[in-house]
Design a protein around this ligand. Structure first.
Ligand SMILES: [Cu+2]
Length: 210
């Protein structure tokens, strides 16, 4: 272990090195737990299902590397699944067709894209470099709709059926939370819920309260 003046409170004797390592490790673990927290809470929409709502931190300090593995948006039973897919900027999304009919994928948002029409069992890929909300549409089935939310940071979660969510590994600090989902009105997508994270932190998002 590298000597650190701040931790090396009792220098020299070799027999103490184990104890010193132990103390140093404990200090590191304490520092780790103090710096990183989580945001736990519950989303209450004005009406509709509280499940499947994506909750995310609007902005966090730092640069974040997108996962090498693509995220997946499926087309099944004539619907985009999930309805909202959250990804970190730079992530590639694999669009799958697990239906019995052909589907198309296009979005008018951002620079826009059209991945064409493809039959069951096939897939298409699209990389999402820029943050934003991208509506997913199918030119063959106008009733189909989904969303890909491209985020600046990896601090996001999808609510369980009861509206509860848990965003793990969020560094302590001040943030704004937003939510997007079927039960969240379009105007409420830009509603900020401030939260100060300090360890395990509770934050509810009640859209029925002004
Ligand atoms: Cu379709």
């Amino acid at each position: 272990m590298k000597k650190d003046a701040g931790l090396d409170f009792n220098p020299t004797p070799r027999k103490d090195s184990f104890m010193r390592s132990f103390v140093a490790l404990s200090a590191l673990m304490l520092a780790g737990s103090a710096l990183s927290g989580e945001i736990k809470g519950k989303v209450t929409p004005v009406k509709g299902s509280a499940g499947g709502i994506v909750v995310y931190v609007v902005k966090a300090d730092g640069q974040f590397n997108p996962p090498k593995k693509p995220a997946a948006m499926d087309q099944k039973h004539m619907a985009f699944v999930p309805y909202v897919l959250p990804v970190l900027a730079g992530t590639t999304v694999l669009f799958q067709n697990h239906d019995t009919v052909a589907h198309n994928v296009f979005s008018p948002d951002g620079a826009g894209y059209n991945l064409g029409t493809f039959p069951p069992g096939q897939s298409r890929k699209q990389e999402f470099k820029d943050t934003g909300i991208y509506t997913q549409l199918c030119s063959l089935h106008p009733e189909m709709e989904g969303y890909i939310v491209v985020l600046q940071n990896p601090y996001f979660a999808t609510t369980k059926a009861d509206g509860s969510f848990d965003i793990k590994g969020v560094p302590n600090g001040d943030y704004q939370l937003r939510a997007i989902g079927k039960a969240i009105k379009k105007k409420d997508r830009k509603r900020d819920f401030p939260v100060t994270v300090s360890g395990s932190t509770h934050a509810d998002m009640d859209f029925s309260q002004q």
